[in-house]
Design a protein around this ligand. Sequence first.
Ligand code: HEC
Length: 152
Amino acid sequence: MKTWKIALPVVLLASPLLADEEPGPLSSYDPPLPASFVEELRKADPAEGEKIFMRKCSSCHDHEKDGGNGKGPHLWNVMGRKAGTYPGFEYSDAMRNSGHTWNYATLNYYLTRTERAVPGRIMDFRGIRREKVRAKLIAFLRTINDNPPPLP
Ligand code: HEC
């Protein structure tokens, strides 16, 4: 009885906070920028990120300024882009309607587990588990831009 009296208010207080933090699709979830990821990003060598990109992404994505769409949308200027808006590419409804903009936090979240971040996405790539590898890759994505955003 005693435990119940204490536990109930704690659960009631905590549940709305927990609900806010529950990771879900980017259409309804604003992911945090984890401190550990920022640390990796600041250490990351974009040249190593480019090698990862060439291995894992370049079969579908073009990263040259004067490139274009392939199996996936052109990724020049992807940072700062509203998701699903590159001209001439046929996105899934899921991507087109996801409503977020690509930045360090949303790219990190998406590239961890793409289907969780944009359920129904048509990008046939699961994600990259290792934070360090994502940080290198995103350090490279930052550079394929007319105005690379400052590092966090
Ligand atoms: C098998 C092909 C394929 C591979 C491999 C792939 N992608 Fe994609 N990517 C796509 C497709 C197709 C879409 C469009 C998804 C949609 O509309 O649901 C996409 C969308 C994206 C977007 C959203 C762009 C926008 O304009 O909103 C980003 C960012 C992205 N991919 C990054 C990457 C990165 C980084 C890698 C490598 C780790 C990668 N992709 C690997 C096919 C691929």
